[in-house]
Design a binder for this molecule. Structure first.
Ligand SMILES: [Zn+2]
Length: 106
């Protein structure tokens, strides 16, 4: 295969895999060589990388919002757990007291 003569549309198809680094070494080499000689495909790659970076930023923002949501929810759950356990404390003390009384056989 003449590595320098891959048509641009084929390189365009291969660019996502090239960006993911999952091309076989031969194809990768051919794509890199084509990119070195073809400003059109270099621009395509740049645009795709830009889009990917923007997409990543967006998903990172979404992840951050999701994590903040979980944190808020966690506080809520901890609050409920503490709030629910406070009325239980006198009851637990009462149970322990009853057990102690029973065991010591007052
Ligand atoms: Zn090209």
């Amino acid at each position: 295969m003449d590595k320098k003569n891959i048509p641009c549309h084929i390189v365009a198809d291969l660019l996502p895999s090239h960006m993911d680094g999952i091309l076989s070494p031969d194809v990768e080499e051919a794509v890199v060589e084509h990119l070195a000689n073809c400003s059109f495909c270099r621009e395509c790659l740049q645009k795709m990388e830009q889009q990917l970076a923007e997409g990543k930023e967006l998903s990172m923002k979404r992840d951050a919002a999701f994590i903040r949501g979980i944190r808020k929810y966690k506080h809520y759950v901890i609050g409920i757990a503490i709030g629910a356990s406070i009325p239980l404390i006198p009851f637990i003390i009462f149970v322990i007291w009853v057990v102690v009384i029973t065991v010591t056989g007052a």
